[in-house]
Design a protein around this ligand. Structure first.
Ligand SMILES: N[C@@H](CCC(=O)N[C@@H](CS)C(=O)NCC(=O)O)C(=O)O
Length: 213
């Protein structure tokens, strides 16, 4: 069975692992599935061939036999449901791990994405300097709630799961803002995720693709 994902031929972050193919690579590494990567340009993702795979013209996509998926939440959930290693066997624990995946994507990620918009897309606007602290405080609000919930736990709910994979992937985007360091338990949580051998393999693969290193 060949799995093919798409990734940028040149990621805007230059291989820092922030493009969303990294989380899919990480999930595949966690469950021991090999995969191929089709590299696409910013122009190609808006063209009909890619739009047939991804209606919104984004990466990553996931192809496996006749199945085509887009949205990292759906892709990681599919991988986690098909292969052992990312979801607990117990039905209730499994449901909770999936809830954490949704929390990462629909509650924690949106304010973090706003920061990227504020910094990169709106920096030339006259109101951008005034808006930035508001955006940062909205992130702090969310992240603090997560920090309180996690307390000194290693992972969100017992053993490492797809919920952690998604939450760590989302929080990683905060590193350059300094906000993560304000919450030492979350900084340690992210570092634990990054230390996983599967994450290292995924990170190294995307970096090699972007830098040749
Ligand atoms: N919600 C989507 C977001 C995908 C996304 O924003 N991908 C970015 C790269 S990390 C992209 O393709 N950006 C180019 C664009 O939107 O034109 C997911 O989780 O898969």
């Amino acid at each position: 069975m060949t799995i093919t994902i798409t990734a940028f031929e040149r990621s805007p972050d230059g291989g820092k692992g922030l493009a969303r193919d990294t989380r899919v690579r990480w999930a595949l590494e966690e469950v021991g599935q090999s995969y191929e990567v089709r590299f696409v340009s910013f122009q190609a993702i808006k063209e009909p061939a890619h739009l047939a795979l991804h209606p919104f013209g984004q990466i990553p996509t996931y192809e496996e036999r006749g199945l085509v998926l887009f949205e990292t939440g759906a892709i990681v959930l599919h991988i986690a449901q098909r292969h052992a290693g990312l979801l607990p066997d117990d039905a209730d624990a499994r449901a909770r791990a999936i809830a954490w995946m949704f929390a990462a994507l629909s509650t924690v990620e949106p304010p973090i994405l706003e920061l990227a918009n504020a910094k990169f897309l709106e920096s030339d606007k006259p109101w951008s300097k005034e808006r930035l602290p508001l955006v940062m405080d909205r992130i702090r609000g969310r992240v603090k709630q997560l920090s309180v919930r996690m307390d000194d736990a290693n992972w969100l709910d017992g053993a490492f799961s797809a919920g952690d994979l998604m939450m760590v992937s989302v929080l990683l985007r905060l590193r350059s803002s300094g906000i993560l360091d304000e919450y030492p338990n979350l900084a340690a949580y992210v570092a634990r995720g990054e230390a996983r051998p599967a994450y290292r393999r995924a990170f190294d693969a995307q970096r090699a693709a972007n830098t040749g290193l």
